[in-house]
Design a binder for this molecule. Structure first.
Ligand code: GDP
Ligand code: MG
Length: 198
């Protein structure tokens, strides 16, 4: 069960940055992640950075997820760099009907990695999402190409549809599980003790 909460509650939490070209469906995915809702009326071009929170129950443990969605209208490496310190996970989104958004994934990832210390980069769990998989008739990027690119970049991969709620929950569950696993490996506990980024 996912529910939206305010930023002030004290829970273990993980920070997830959602990134990709404009119009690939980042806001739609964010809305699904936190509200499990799809409502295109609420999607407006994001100015700066959008923040959302959700509490998820993961194997009986309640954890808070903090989503950071920088605007993708024009790729701004500085905004991306501001978002990334302290991130536990990065969701890279492209649109399976838009080749340019797929080709830009590598550039977004470079922006992320650019200012991160090596150990932070190692701890970061990355996931590539091919959104709009409901638009099969307009597909330009095959699932195989998506998988191949993800392998090449060292990312997990899923095709999703925010509109039809396909694979969105599975993607989030897999991301959270991978983040917990990685944190556990480092701390010996699945609880993240880090404090919120300012
Ligand atoms: P953003 O610019 O990356 O934040 O993208 P938005 O979330 O604002 O979505 C851009 C457009 O794509 C909107 O018109 C959405 O309704 C549409 N959209 C988002 N996700 C999907 C999806 O899974 N399938 C389809 N067909 N359209 C989607
Ligand atoms: Mg947006």
């Amino acid at each position: 069960m996912i529910q939206t909460v305010g930023p002030t509650e004290h829970l273990s939490f993980y920070k997830i940055v959602v990134i990709g070209d404009s119009n690939v469906g980042k806001n739609a995915l964010l809305a699904r992640f936190v509200d499990e809702e799809y409502d295109y009326r609420q999607f407006q071009v994001t100015i700066g950075i959008e923040l959302k929170w959700a509490v998820v129950d993961h194997g009986g443990e309640k954890i808070k997820l903090e989503f950071w969605g920088p605007a993708g209208t024009h790729r701004d490496p500085n905004t991306v760099a501001q978002c990334c310190p302290g991130a536990d996970g990065v969701v890279l989104v492209y649109d399976i009907t838009d080749r340019q958004s797929f080709e830009n994934i590598g550039v977004w990832l470079k922006d992320i990695q650019k200012d991160l210390p090596e150990n932070a980069e190692r701890m970061l769990v990355t996931m590539l999402l091919g959104n709009k998989c409901d638009m099969e008739e307009k597909r330009i990027i095959s699932q195989k190409d998506g998988e191949g690119r993800a392998r090449q970049l060292g990312c997990r991969f899923k095709e999703v549809s925010a509109k039809h709620h396909i694979n969105v929950k599975a993607a989030l569950d897999e991301l959270v599980a991978a983040i917990l696993e990685r944190r556990k490996g480092r701390t010996g506990s699945s609880t993240c003790q880090r404090c919120s980024v300012s």
